[in-house]
Design a protein around this ligand. Structure first.
Ligand SMILES: NC(=O)C1=CN([C@@H]2O[C@H](COP(=O)(O)OP(=O)(O)OC[C@H]3O[C@@H](n4cnc5c(N)ncnc54)[C@H](OP(=O)(O)O)[C@@H]3O)[C@@H](O)[C@H]2O)[C@@H](O)CC1
Ligand SMILES: [K+]
Length: 475
């Protein structure tokens, strides 16, 4: 996993380390990493035209020192000072390296930005409040109007660092160079979408447990419940699936496709006879009717056929339960739901919490955590970046989805797959994490940069799993 820490955690780690190192060491490490990342992006340094947007703090200092290093290697570097205050030693270093300094009032600044190869956003970093001042917004807009790429120093200025929210104007970066650890805004939308690819420069910080972790390929290898020689269909896990209705029979076929592509040994389907017939026609290996299961997945396409009392009984039973779509209507905030995984999209989460959908979309991390706490469940909030919040406060994100995945039935596949992982014995947090990541990986295979259907995603889950587990096909 990659880990993100809060501003407070970063400041504390920085203070610890700075006390043991000569002054300025951390900024030099940061600036060197930034300069290298800029050179790599441009593909050359000599003659490159680099404009630094410099705010009043150390974020501007990073930009100035990186600019000085690039100027020493032959770049034409111009700094635009956006505040009366700026990092004095950084300005001295840039000037000594042959860089130019423009105050905000300079009439030449627009032309410098318009003809730049790259603009460096050193306006604010972890000391920043959300939003851009009008003078900063104006110079950023010149870069946007002239298609000049912007590299964000630490994070795109104007985003809310600790929440990933973007309540006001902010920079949209071609890429971001950050230091010591990721920050929450790198992982959580909408801010994450403004970062572009994020390069992490190690500056030697020693950090506590992260606030948010991002799932990677290696996590699948470490946590996937791979069967062994002694496994049988029961020990691999049996999932009970309640999905589909006469109104939405297709949801059951799609959800069962997702479930069968996961690790379970057997799938029991419970639902109306005509839907069971359709499900078994698509998947003859499915067993219809009651029986022992290790986990339940309830909800996709149930429509009005949701039996709230029955579902509430299951929520209070021992087996873990996944609630999706209509199944979420059975969730209440009384009692212990520690084994429950809820998989809402933003609209469903908004209904559960009694707020507007747009509010959930703007404040995704906050509302996922709020619901996890209020309902005592693990919440998987679907989206371009999926946010998973556990009731103990752990948060993970999965960011490998493709925009093509926004298609009918994709959520049913995810519910089936996560249910399958729950039945195989993973915790709700791990089932959600691996499910979201495998779903995203399967969608990438199914899409190959083009349109896809939910069933195609389900069909690609075994291949995505095999690739991520790195297992050769025997024979
Ligand atoms: N921590 C680390 O490990 C390392 C940190 N390093 C670097 O230091 C950066 C943090 O630097 P920092 O603390 O000096 O704060 P920074 O973000 O430059 O803001 C400065 C001032 O800006 C102002 N301001 C606020 N909001 C604003 C807005 N929207 N628009 C305009 N102005 C705004 C506000 O001043 P005020 O307006 O309140 O007077 C604030 O005090 C960090 O991101 C990284 O790049 C690396 O060098 C080494 C390792
Ligand atoms: K910045």
């Amino acid at each position: 996993m990659r880990h993100a820490h809060t501003v407070e955690q970063v400041r504390a780690a920085e203070a610890d380390l700075m006390a043991r190192l000569p002054e300025g060491t951390l900024m030099q490490r940061a600036a060197s990493g930034l300069a290298v990342a800029i050179s790599n992006y441009l593909g050359h340094t000599y003659g490159a035209r680099v404009v630094l947007l410099v705010g009043s703090g150390d974020n501007g200092g990073d930009a100035l020192y990186a600019g000085a290093q690039l100027a020493r290697r032959g770049a034409q570097v111009t700094a635009i000072l956006l505040s009366d205050k700026a990092h004095d030693a950084g300005i001295a270093a840039l000037t000594a390296a042959g860089g130019r300094i423009h105050p905000l009032a300079s009439s030449a600044k627009g032309a410098a930005i318009a003809s730049a190869d790259i603009v460096v956003d050193g306006i604010v970093g972890i000391g920043g409040r959300p939003g851009l001042k009008p003078e900063a917004q104006a110079v950023v807009q010149v870069a946007v109007d002239h298609d000049v790429p912007i590299v964000a120093v630490d994070m795109p200025s104007g985003v809310d660092v600790d929440s990933g929210e973007t309540p006001a104007e902010h920079v949209k970066a071609a890429f971001t160079v950050t230091f010591g650890t990721h920050k929450i805004c790198h992982f959580v939308d909408p801010a994450a979408a403004a970062c572009g690819p994020v390069h992490l420069i190690d500056i030697g910080l020693e950090l506590p447990a992260p606030a948010v972790s991002a799932i990677q390929d290696a996590d699948i290898r470490e946590r996937y419940p791979v069967p062994h020689g002694e496994s049988d269909k029961y020990s691999r896990g049996v999932l009970g699936l309640m999905a589909g209705s006469s109104q939405y029979p297709g949801a059951a076929v799609i959800a069962t496709s997702g479930a069968l592509a996961g690790p379970i040994g057997m799938l029991r389907y419970l639902g109306p006879d005509e839907v069971a017939t359709a499900v078994r026609a698509a998947h003859p290996e499915i067993v219809a009717g009651e029986g022992r299961v290790q986990a339940w997945a309830i909800g996709s396409g149930l429509g009005d056929e949701l039996e709230v009392d029955k579902v509430r009984e299951l929520l209070n039973a021992e087996e873990p339960v996944l609630l999706d779509a209509d199944g979420l209507k059975a969730l209440d905030d009384s009692g212990d739901h520690i084994g429950v995984l809820a998989t809402p999209h933003a609209g469903e989460l908004a209904r559960l919490l009694g707020v507007e959908r747009s509010t959930v979309e703007a404040e995704r991390l906050k509302h996922a955590k709020l619901a996890a706490e209020r309902f005592d469940v693990t919440v998987l909030l679907k989206g371009a970046t999926t946010v998973i919040a556990a009731p103990d406060g752990q948060v993970r994100v999965s960011s490998n989805a493709t925009p093509w995945l926004a298609t009918a039935g994709a959520g049913d596949v995810l519910a089936g797959l996560c249910g399958s992982l729950l039945a195989a014995g993973l915790t709700p947090l791990d089932a959600a994490s691996l499910g979201a990541y495998l779903h995203g990986a399967a969608a990438q295979l199914a899409s190959a940069s083009g349109p896809l259907t939910a069933m195609q995603v389900a069909k690609k889950i075994p291949e995505a799993t095999r690739l991520l587990l790195d297992q050769d096909i025997p024979g």
